[in-house]
Ligand binder design. Structure first.
Ligand SMILES: NC(=O)c1ccc[n+]([C@@H]2O[C@H](COP(=O)([O-])OP(=O)(O)OC[C@H]3O[C@@H](n4cnc5c(N)ncnc54)[C@H](OP(=O)(O)O)[C@@H]3O)[C@@H](O)[C@H]2O)c1
Length: 338
């Protein structure tokens, strides 16, 4: 059995997360039992939710245990099998964690799934045709309730979730506006992802200035807002929301390192009679098949061309993860392991 590099959570962050919170170790992969398969990971997915799991506080997800392999989504290949469900060479997606190999109990429902890489590259199953893509689909379709002619806005527009948003929103006939950090990301949003407009929030010193830019980009107001960051961006969006608008609260990354992100004008939720709804995509499994089918179709037809930021080798994972929390990723953040 091959030796296996792994990254463990060594200690919990005090304030900002740092590389010192993680520890790289090498161990032997155990021999397979009946029903188990050995998966060699080709890609590890890095996702903002991992920051929440590094804390011990109240959250919708269980805290990551200290001294154990960091959890995370993986895409890879079966390299040994003692299961009649999986053969050598099968491409699979699962929750293998921050390590090169995982031993998976193939009898456990939902432990992993086979994927078809003839139309969709393996790595996209961790992004546009995986959890982040379904997240964009669920928040848009089920919470923002887009109708043709509506205006839909998303923050972190070029990230893993945001980048799937434009193709889905445009397919429903909506004026679609992104908010992202920097001119390169905004250019990519309009030229490659299909956004009608993209606003660079870093060009705006405060919420008032950003809100004025939103007024120009959204002349008919905002009907649906997909929130990924919180803080100043949410303060800028709220005054632009139309009466009976819908806000899907997907993430609030600007507060993940523990800094308070107070809301300046919560009364606007009442004044504009807004629906504001948080959601966790893993709790809506009933919608995954329809969402994945639409996303795979968009990727297959070239209407959705997701970009990836790829770090090389497991040892690069902590820095890549810290970069994700600072917006240094450009597209879905992955680590290439094989
Ligand atoms: N509810 C759910 O089930 C669910 C599932 C998946 C993801 N999420 C959430 O969805 C959001 C996006 O996730 P993702 O995987 O697609 O990540 P991502 O957008 O690929 O990467 C995070 C992006 O957030 C932006 N960002 C980082 N720090 C920021 C800050 N302080 N202020 C403003 N923007 C900041 C950066 O983009 P810019 O450079 O453009 O600022 C960065 O590239 C996250 O909040 C995540 O927690 C929720």
């Amino acid at each position: 059995m091959p030796s296996n590099q792994q990254i463990l959570l060594d200690n919990r962050p005090q304030g900002e997360a740092s590389a010192g919170n993680f520890r790289l170790v090498t161990s032997d992969t155990p021999p397979l039992q009946d029903g188990q398969v050995l998966v060699r990971h080709h890609f590890l997915s890095l996702d903002p939710y991992m920051r929440g799991r590094m804390n011990d506080g109240k959250s919708y997800a269980q805290p990551q245990a200290l001294g154990e392999v960091m959890g995370g989504g993986t895409a890879g290949e079966v390299v040994e099998s003692r299961s009649d469900r999986y053969r050598l060479g099968d491409k699979v997606v699962g929750m293998g964690g921050w390590q090169q190999y995982s031993v998976v109990d193939a009898t456990k429902p939902g432990a992993m799934r086979k994927v078809d890489t003839t139309q969709v590259p393996l790595s996209h199953y961790l992004g546009a045709v995986g959890m982040p893509g379904v997240t964009a689909w669920y928040g848009l379709v089920r919470i923002c309730e887009p109708k043709a002619g509506d205006t839909m806005v998303v923050s972190a527009a070029t990230g893993a979730v945001g980048s799937a948003f434009a193709a889905l929103s445009k397919a429903r006939g909506c004026h679609t506006v992104g908010i992202a950090g920097g001119p390169d990301k905004c250019r990519y949003a309009t030229q490659e992802l299909g956004f009608d407009e993209c606003i660079d929030y870093k060009q705006h010193a405060d919420a008032l200035s950003l809100s004025r830019a939103l007024k120009i980009a959204c002349p008919k107001g905002i009907d649906g807002y997909f929130e990924n960051v919180g803080g100043m961006v949410l303060d800028a969006v709220l005054p632009r929301m139309n009466t009976f608008g819908r806000i899907a609260v997907c993430g609030m990354i600007s507060g993940y390192d523990g800094a308070p992100i107070p809301l300046a004008n919560p009364q606007l939720i009442l004044v504009s009679r807004l629906k504001v709804q948080g959601f966790i995509v893993g709790e809506h499994k009933e919608d995954w098949p329809a969402a994945l089918a639409e996303l795979a179709g968009l990727v297959g037809s070239g209407k959705l061309r997701p970009r990836e930021s790829i770090a090389e080798g497991l040892a690069a994972a902590p820095e890549a993860f810290l970069g994700l929390l600072k917006g240094r990723n450009f597209g879905k953040q992955l680590v290439k392991l094989a």
